[in-house]
Design a binder for this molecule. Structure first.
Ligand code: NAP
Length: 406
């Protein structure tokens, strides 16, 4: 039992020195990036703690490998293991096409109620970026992971269900939607799920000395879903965190635009404006809290601004457990070629170490990765953009990072 991570009453982790952490290597290029990541994580923990701590990685099944071995894409045993050990890490998984299957990644998030999809976007020096001042980008997105369009409630045009839903809408409104030719999707957003997400985002800002939290929404058009997300977000700020936050309104009305020390500014931006804000004034944004669909879009935009999905980490965190994962897909055309960039999963692994409270090991990874990139020793995706670079295989890139750890 001493290898199992436990939870305190307040939700914080009690981490043994040798925790078992389940892993899913993933499909396609997943095994390549997982092997590289495992090498880096083990070496960083060894360098940081000189053998006093070590992760016991334990494989669990999901995806194509699981289907071949068990006939199931996502066995219940896998979800049980993640719940038992509280923290897991995974490579990308293929979404089976034509099996009527929803995405396995979405299924894992929903089955385990991993309600916050957390995606940091911080520039790493030397990575080619389409932005002129990428060093100003240091944001973290908290995307709601369980409702909004992720619930997948939609009916195809021409079905009985779509016609029934449309008839209901026609009867209750002045709309006259064509019940035979119109498809329909639903966008449920609830008070309790909004509040737990925004509470997590604000708590993160407090714990990490961030300056502001921005609620991203399209409440001007979708008043009772995204507008409610905004309203409930401010309620959380004012009720749960009244000693820690001031609103942007207060900032100007009471403090002449300068936030008093230790106070976090809670502000909001309409989604379309948010896109131009992060591009044009990135240094003004720190933590962004968004409903599911907005969060999806803004996460990938920010990842592109700091150099692409190959280096974008991510985590899905709930009340009882957390899964850290590469944010890109399986890149199947490169499967087994030991070619792709393992950076996304490596940085997700570093987030996992932070989550365990093993910050020293995480810092070692960030520094060694930074040096590796500044040395221009990189995988194909970066090599094709960096003049004078040396192209490394996926495994060589990991070995290079390990060799620069101190
Ligand atoms: P993808 O696997 O992300 O690959 C698209 C392109 O992105 C690749 O061809 C490659 O570009 C680049 N890329 C992806 N990973 C890279 C890496 N580690 N290093 C360097 N470049 C990388 O997207 P997809 O082809 O749309 O999806 C393939 C499968 O993955 C699908 O089954 C999809 O459902 C699944 N998927 C899974 C997840 C997940 O598990 N979280 C997420 C998204 C998609 P170049 O061709 O330019 O080299």
């Amino acid at each position: 039992m001493e290898n199992i991570i436990k939870l305190n009453q307040d939700g914080s982790l009690i981490v043994p020195d040798t925790p078992v952490i389940p892993y899913i290597p993933g499909d396609g290029t997943g095994p390549d990036i997982w092997n590289a990541t495992r090498l880096v994580l083990d070496q960083a923990v060894k360098t940081a703690y000189k053998g006093d701590k070590k992760i016991i990685f334990q494989e669990i099944l999901a995806g194509e490998d699981s289907f071949k071995k068990t006939g199931e894409w996502l066995p219940k045993e896998t979800l049980d293991q993640i719940e038992k050990y509280k923290v897991a890490i995974k490579g990308p998984l293929t979404t089976p096409v034509g099996h009527g299957m929803r995405s396995l990644n979405v299924a894992i998030r929903q089955e385990l109620d991993l309600f916050a999809c957390i995606r940091p976007a911080k520039y790493i020096k030397g990575v080619p970026s389409p932005c002129s001042e990428p060093e100003k980008i240091d944001m973290i997105i908290f995307r709601e992971n369980t409702e909004d369009i992720y619930l997948g409630i939609e009916w195809e045009a021409g079905t009985k269900e779509a016609a029934e839903a449309l008839s209901f809408i026609n009867a209750r409104t002045s709309k006259n939607l064509d019940t035979a030719t119109t498809g329909i999707g639903m966008k449920p957003i609830s008070e309790q799920y909004t509040k737990r997400l925004i509470s997590k985002a604000i708590q993160y800002a407090i714990d990490n000395n961030r300056k502001n939290v921005t609620i991203m929404h399209k409440g001007n058009i979708m008043k009772y879903t995204e507008g409610a997300f905004l309203k409930w977000g401010y309620e959380v700020g004012k009720n749960e965190f009244k000693d820690n936050i001031i609103t942007e309104q207060d900032l100007w009305d009471k403090f002449d635009g300068k936030a008093p020390g230790g106070k976090i500014v809670l502000k909001d931006r309409i989604a379309d404006n948010m896109f131009q804000q992060v591009l044009l004034r990135p240094s003004e944004y720190d933590v962004i809290a968004a409903p599911n669909l907005n969060g999806d879009y803004i996460s990938d935009l920010l990842a592109a601004m700091v150099g692409g999905l190959g280096l974008a980490p991510g985590a899905n965190i709930g009340t009882n457990c957390a899964v850290f994962e590469a944010t890109h897909g399986t890149a199947p055309k490169y499967a087994g070629m030991d070619k792709v960039n393992p950076g996304s999963l490596i940085l997700s692994g570093a987030m996992m170490l932070d989550h365990l409270g093993w910050d020293r090991a995480s810092e070692i990874i960030h520094k060694a990765l930074q040096k590796t990139i500044l040395n221009k020793t990189v995988t194909y995706d970066l090599a094709r953009q960096i003049e004078g670079s040396t192209k490394l295989k996926c495994s060589e890139f990991a070995e290079q990072i390990c060799s620069l750890m101190e």
